[in-house]
Write a protein of this length. Structure first.
Length: 266
């Protein structure tokens, strides 16, 4: 259970909170003792209902609209998030977009490529930068706490050893994001801020819906050693564990929540 050491609850921003994975992450963090700022492109009825649902486990949650691809607005967005509870302790970079059309990389359009790079890499770099600067400005303003601030970024299993042949621009952007995390981890570790990368495997989300039959067959064939789809809660639990300090001294660590998909047996 996370604690800020002062009788209150630490605060996490979750981007892309209107989606299934964002909601699962929010639930796991709430159950671990966090209050939440839930971000998406707009404040929808679903996002408002999620905030109400989290209140049932004692978490305060506030919806906050922001297109993170508008990088010139991100510093102000982080300030608005900070103003909701007067502190920030964790950023979960969960927002992301898929390709506009799955297919041969020889047919990838500039529009789809730029969209993936813009949201899945550029936006997350500048949001992480703005969040880190806010944390550093808070130094000395709040009492020391046993919970180290953290930045947790969601990438994909298809970064190093696995290639999604119909998702080239998505995988390229996520690979850049993976490298970004290492840079922030080295820069921020001396300042007491932990950075982690979480790589989900096959999850039943809107991004995988169009390829559900293909992935069902791969799982059945043993491509995923766990022989099942990943549950959103699997990733949520992983994120909450990291945010709560379960892996102290693991600077820039990559956690694969993929059912063993990255492992190839013979």
């Amino acid at each position: 259970m996370a604690t800020n050491g002062a009788g209150g609850r630490p605060v996490a921003i979750v981007t892309g909170a209107g989606g299934g994975l964002g909601g699962a992450i929010a639930h796991a963090l709430a159950n671990s003792g966090f209050d939440l700022v839930l971000n998406d492109l707009e404040v929808t009825e679903h996002l408002t209902a999620l905030c109400a649902d989290l209140a049932s486990v004692g978490a305060r949650a506030r919806p906050l609209a922001q297109d993170i691809a508008r990088e010139h607005e991100l510093a102000a967005f982080v300030e608005r998030a900070h103003d909701e509870f007067g502190r920030l302790d964790c950023l979960v970079n969960n927002a992301g977009v898929s390709v506009l059309s799955r297919g041969d990389m020889l047919d990838v359009t500039v529009e789809s490529f730029d969209r993936c790079i813009g949201v899945n890499l550029r936006a997350q770099f500048f949001l992480t930068q703005a969040f880190a600067k806010r944390l550093l400005r808070d130094r000395g303003a709040a009492a020391p706490t046993p919970l180290r601030p953290s930045i947790i970024t969601i990438t994909t299993v298809a970064v190093d050893d696995i290639v999604g042949t119909v998702l080239a621009e998505y995988g390229i952007a996520k690979a850049g994001l993976s490298h970004m995390i290492k840079h922030f981890a080295v820069r921020l570790a001396p300042l007491g801020i932990d950075c982690y990368e979480v790589r989900p495997g096959m999850l039943k989300t809107s991004m995988t819906e169009s390829s559900r039959a293909k992935y069902d067959a791969l799982i059945e064939s043993g491509f995923v050693p766990a022989r099942r789809w990943g549950e959103l809660a699997d990733v949520g639990h992983t994120v909450a564990s990291l945010a709560g300090g379960a892996l102290r001294y693991a600077v820039g660590q990559v956690i694969s929540a993929d059912g063993g998909m990255r492992l190839k047996s013979f």
